[in-house]
Design a protein around this ligand. Structure first.
Ligand code: VGL
Ligand code: ZN
Length: 198
């Protein structure tokens, strides 16, 4: 078994009614559950921030959500408070089939650094451990689905390609935020990295 489905951040806060709602985010849950039946391994990621996380606009005087600031590791978009550890918003969507998951990977738990990608935090150096997990299981082919297409899904897929995995993004099983051209840029970057868009 060399294939895994990686489901990115299918959490209440990224679904309609949540703190950082992605339009139609809840509309892909059933399709993702169905896709799990075809997957060799299933891995879920969970955005998991401590209260007062540095990616929250509330922590930056005079800044609003969706502003970009410069943090020590580079540019960082500021978000509404979301996916706070232990909160209802951080829980997976109630209809997501979490029973099928071999592993749940939490990310974004360090107060001073955000982590869009499932592989590296936003400094693009600090590993989450997922690469080691996949390698030691002999998994080489990855399909990505989930939220948000232009941030955590795209960054994860790009890192996976860079790490040498055979990567596909299941376009219909993702939804995006699309701020400041982020969706067009994500598609450009994914195509340039030869990520399959299916
Ligand atoms: C995400 C913004 C902030 C995502 C997570 O899952 O795409 N986006 N935290
Ligand atoms: Zn986050």
């Amino acid at each position: 078994m060399t294939h895994a489905l990686i489901v990115i951040d299918m959490q209440n806060d990224f679904c309609p009614g949540g703190a950082l709602a992605v339009a139609g985010g809840d509309g892909i849950v059933a399709g993702i559950n169905a896709e799990m039946a075809r997957a060799g391994a299933v891995i879920l990621t969970q955005d998991w921030h401590p209260a007062g996380h540095s990616s929250f606009a509330s922590q930056h005087q005079g800044r609003a959500p969706m502003d970009t600031v410069l943090l020590p590791y580079g540019a960082q978009v500021l978000w509404p408070d979301h996916c706070v550890q232990g909160s209802l918003g951080a829980e997976f969507h109630a209809d997501l089939n979490t029973d099928r998951a071999d592993m749940i990977l939490r990310k974004g738990f360090r107060p001073d650094i955000d982590s869009y990608s499932a592989f590296f935090e936003n400094d693009q150096i600090t590993p989450t451990g997922l690469d080691g997990y996949l390698r030691t299981r002999g998994i080489t082919e990855l399909d990505f689905a989930g939220l948000a297409k232009d941030f955590c899904v795209a960054w994860s897929a790009l890192d996976a390609a860079r790490l040498g995995y055979k990567v596909r993004v299941l376009r219909e099983l993702c939804r995006g935020i699309d701020i400041n051209g982020s969706m067009a840029r994500a598609y450009e970057d994914l195509r340039a990295a030869s990520v399959g868009l299916v």
